[in-house]
Design a protein around this ligand. Structure first.
Ligand code: URQ
Ligand code: ZN
Ligand code: ZN
Length: 537
């Protein structure tokens, strides 16, 4: 019921607000920043803010549960009909999808746009990051609000401002970086008034974002009471600090020191600790950016034992290995610095297998881009290299190529791990993550016979490097439809700043079903307190 109420409330976007933001945005474009390929005020009619009527004809419509050859008719940003042989009037744009897959737009559960981090700010903002996303077939993302000096409301307000230039739908998780009564009360406001249903706890980044086990326990309890998903960045931050000291003492100051200072064992330890604490509290746990076999196996063990644990691998962990960090060119090596680190060859294959067998559930990017000038802040000391890699534009292509094209995953499972599961976990399904009548018209058309190539020269992110540079593969997103409008077609992007909508995510998603019954069973099993007769002296 709650999900339904949000479903329509989320649609109450104001076109005039969007137009105002567009004008303000255009006035604020820094000199030298090219708008080529993006919409401008007074551009052609395809670029306008008006909705379209679209018929997608003859494609294979893929949902996580089913695939079928059918037509899809869209009007006013909503999917109106999914069936064969839909007939339409002449004013409807018709797209022939014969021989192609028609799938829900990707939802990236893990991004950091315009985030202040390690003394700088990620280079992609809510416009450039989303433009890149749309060109790669992702139509919604969930970004992480970072509180300002621990203040959640100030952080939320700041991110709502940053997101005014959005060109597609987005939602927010929120980080918790300190604990007191005010934070606890503000979490209630975030969930009950501001549409946030997940909180991230950093077990690493000592001295900045890292929290203690005591705080994590308080946070887990609070999340449970609010029906919010607790998320963890799982690395032992104290041990990472020790590992960094060790590397510096050994004279290892380059990017390889990053990987060597925080080995898989530290990710495995923190993952196991977070899982056990979540088990103790009996609340769902979402482990972000699972990068190692060590962490994955802890998740597998807990899930096998019946615990509600969700594991999110990211594209970099699935596709890359750490050999790049040993590259002799600093600019090349430093672009691969992220945390937890990209691991040795072998971890990638194990994570792919875990994804294809359901041990891990959905794929994010952790899109957190810094350009080569920003990465060079750490040219003398790897501890100062801003952590993060790109991926928001490449995720759909790389996952398709590595998982589906290779035969490791079905097409329906591709939809599940890139879109549907995210919508379900964060309680916005079937508004998002499905091609069903009544769902939002966020749709991609993928041609399995066309090829893609990743190149900095042609990507849409603002960054000047790409960790997937030169990669090629089969399966190309030829059309992206966002909010019922074609925004990517024939290699051209038609996006409008200010047209994106904030998607509220209600609490108590399906991962909470039955928790109270499990709690009641636990209490009944205690067989305590024991009634005793008074001890006689
Ligand atoms: O840890 C993260 O998720 C962000 C803050 C930084 N990027 C990264 O290296 N993973
Ligand atoms: Zn993290
Ligand atoms: Zn992240």
């Amino acid at each position: 019921m709650a999900a339904k109420a949000t479903f329509s409330a989320n649609r109450r976007s104001s076109r005039s607000d969007a137009f105002l933001v567009l004008v303000l945005f255009l006035l604020s474009i820094p000199e030298g920043h090219s708008l080529e390929g993006f919409c401008a005020v007074g551009g052609d009619s395809d670029c306008g803010l008006s909705s379209h009527k679209i018929l997608i004809k003859g494609g294979t419509v893929v949902n996580a549960h089913h695939k079928v050859v059918a037509d899809v008719y869209i009007e006013d940003g909503v999917i109106v009909s999914v069936r064969s042989n839909i007939r339409v009037a002449d004013d409807v744009k018709v797209i022939d999808a014969t021989g192609k897959y028609v799938m829900p737009g990707g939802i990236d559960p893990h991004t950091h746009l315009e985030m202040e981090f390690m003394g700088t700010v990620t280079i992609d903002d809510f416009f450039t990051g989303q433009a890149a996303a749309l060109a790669g077939g992702t139509t919604m993302h969930i970004d992480f609000v970072i509180p300002i000096n621990g203040n959640l409301s100030a952080g939320f307000e700041s991110y709502m401002n940053k997101a005014k230039k959005s060109a597609m739908d987005y939602g927010f998780h929120m980080a918790i970086t300190k604990w007191d009564d005010r934070v606890s009360k503000e979490m209630e406001v975030m969930v009950n008034e501001n549409g946030i249903n997940s909180f991230k706890f950093f077990m690493a980044y000592k001295g900045s974002l890292m929290i203690s086990d005591e705080l994590l326990l308080e946070g887990l309890k609070k999340c449970k009471s609010l029906g919010a998903i607790a998320m963890v960045h799982a690395e032992n931050g104290d041990a990472v600090a020790e590992g960094q000291k060790r590397m510096i003492e050994l004279g290892i100051t380059g990017p390889e020191g990053h990987a060597l200072s925080r080995p898989p064992v530290l990710e495995g330890e923190a993952t196991a600790r977070a899982i056990r604490l979540a088990n103790f509290v009996n609340t769902p746990l979402y482990v972000v950016h699972v990068m190692s076999v060590d962490a994955m196996e802890e998740i597998a063990k807990a899930r096998k034992a019946g615990q509600r644990v969700i594991g999110e691998p990211v594209v970099s962990g699935l596709i890359l290995d750490d050999s790049w960090l040993w590259h002799t060119d600093f600019t090349t090596a430093s672009k691969y610095v992220m945390s937890p680190p990209i691991r040795k060859s072998g971890h990638d294959k194990a994570l792919q297998a875990a994804l294809s067998t359901g041990v891990l559930q959905l794929v994010g990017t952790d899109h957190c881009t810094f350009n080569s000038t920003q990465k060079a802040f750490g040219s003398e000391d790897f501890r100062k290299i801003p952590n993060g890699v790109n991926g928001i534009e490449e995720r759909m292509h790389l996952v398709w190529n590595r998982m589906v094209e290779s035969g490791q995953m079905s097409v329906t499972d591709f939809v599940r791990v890139t879109s549907t599961e995210c919508a379900k976990i964060f309680n916005i399904y079937p508004q998002k993550g499905a091609i069903l009548e009544g769902s939002d018209a966020d749709i991609i058309i993928l041609n399995p016979n066309a090829s893609f190539k990743v190149a900095t020269a042609s990507h849409h992110s603002r960054t000047d490097t790409n960790v997937y540079e030169g990669m090629t593969g089969k399966g190309k997103v030829e059309v992206t439809i966002s909010q019922g409008r074609v925004v990517w077609e024939d290699g051209k992007l038609k996006v409008t700043p200010g047209s994106g909508r904030y998607i509220r995510m209600p609490p108590f998603g399906y991962r909470f079903d039955g928790i109270e019954k499990a709690d009641a069973a636990y209490l009944a099993s205690l067989n305590a307190p024991v009634r005793r007769t008074k001890a006689t002296a």
